[in-house]
Design a protein. Structure first.
Length: 317
């Protein structure tokens, strides 16, 4: 392609940073049509100055941007794989970016690992068993009997793999007792789920878009209130869930443990379905049996159950 046809939001049009890119105008930061060089700069893998060095070397050797960057020792084959994955709408965060994220978000930085393969298998089962926005099935609460089951870990990573698939995904932290999603995603938790229920914020002010997973937004739990059960019984919970179900392809809701109170049952009932989670060598059979019984007694649809034992996740039939 000719230099005259190339444009980038990062570099002037006369600076071709990838000879194979086919871009016919300025692209946004989240566009999958961005060049490999722009993606790597935005991800923090290379600096803007490094990118210009690569361009000079690229032109001298008449090779592609990625090949030039590797020869200069600035990036690895894994970094190229990351940029290509982004262009094919499979965004994740390379370790070499320098950004610090919680290691529990395995789907964000280890998308080709066995563990994330298992998460994708769970995703396939959930698509077959439940999610169908055409008939209103877009929401799912993740529920565990205790705090050690890894429900927050599972909810976060499932939200990521659905967003990586291209689905507009919302993750709601409805655990107003021991919230974790703001820790996992390193978000400001001054406004969130509790703020909305208390009428102290609007949705736009509380939502966070995850920069390295553009299809994912997170609503953190917000400040821990003294009256979580009372907040969950307010009418605006139904309004929030109705809006979420209409606005997103997929909505995951992280809940507090059953041992903390009836919060999870209220949330799951409003969501329409629950995914039960247990942890190998941690969850007692009696506790898990009680969880399933409580969900059934509350007429909550149980889509399935997951046995969670990082770094390995298996679907429990």
């Amino acid at each position: 392609m000719s230099e005259e046809r190339f444009h980038s939001s990062l570099f002037p049009s006369e600076l071709d940073i990838d000879l194979d890119d086919d871009v016919n105008g300025p692209t946004s930061r989240n566009s999958t049509k961005r060049s490999i060089g722009t993606i790597l700069v935005d991800a923090g893998v290379i600096s803007k100055d490094d990118a210009y060095r690569v361009i000079e070397y690229q032109r001298e050797k008449k090779i592609r941007f990625g090949e030039a960057a590797i020869q200069l020792g600035l990036i690895s084959e894994g970094d190229i794989r990351y940029a290509l994955s982004y262009q094919y709408e499979y965004a994740y965060l390379p370790r070499s970016s320098g950004r610090v994220i919680n290691p529990e978000l395995v789907a964000a930085y280890m998308p080709f690992s066995h563990e994330v393969d298992q998460l994708r298998s769970i995703r396939s089962q959930l698509k077959l068993r439940w999610f169908d926005q055409a008939i209103g099935y877009a929401m799912l609460a993740v529920v565990g009997s205790g705090r050690a089951e890894g429900g927050s870990y599972l909810a976060a990573n499932l939200a990521i793999v659905f967003a990586q698939m291209g689905a507009n995904t919302l993750l709601i932290d409805a655990d107003m007792r021991t919230p974790r999603q703001h820790v996992l995603f390193q978000l400001n938790n001054q406004l969130g789920f509790s703020s909305l229920l208390a009428g102290r914020s609007d949705v736009a002010s509380a939502l966070h878009t995850i920069p390295f997973i553009p299809k994912l937004q997170v609503l953190p739990a917000g400040p821990i209130p003294p009256n979580p059960l009372e907040l969950l019984n307010r009418e605006n919970l139904s309004e929030l869930f109705e809006w979420a179900g209409r606005s997103y392809d997929i909505v995951f809701i992280d809940t507090s443990s059953l041992t903390a109170g009836a919060d999870a049952l209220i949330v799951a009932a409003k969501a329409g379905a629950a995914l039960a989670v247990a942890r190998a060598n941690e969850t007692k059979l009696s506790s898990f049996t009680e969880l399933i019984s409580e969900l059934k007694q509350s007429s909550i649809n149980i889509v399935g159950s997951v046995l969670n034992d990082p770094p390995l996740i298996d679907v429990a039939e």
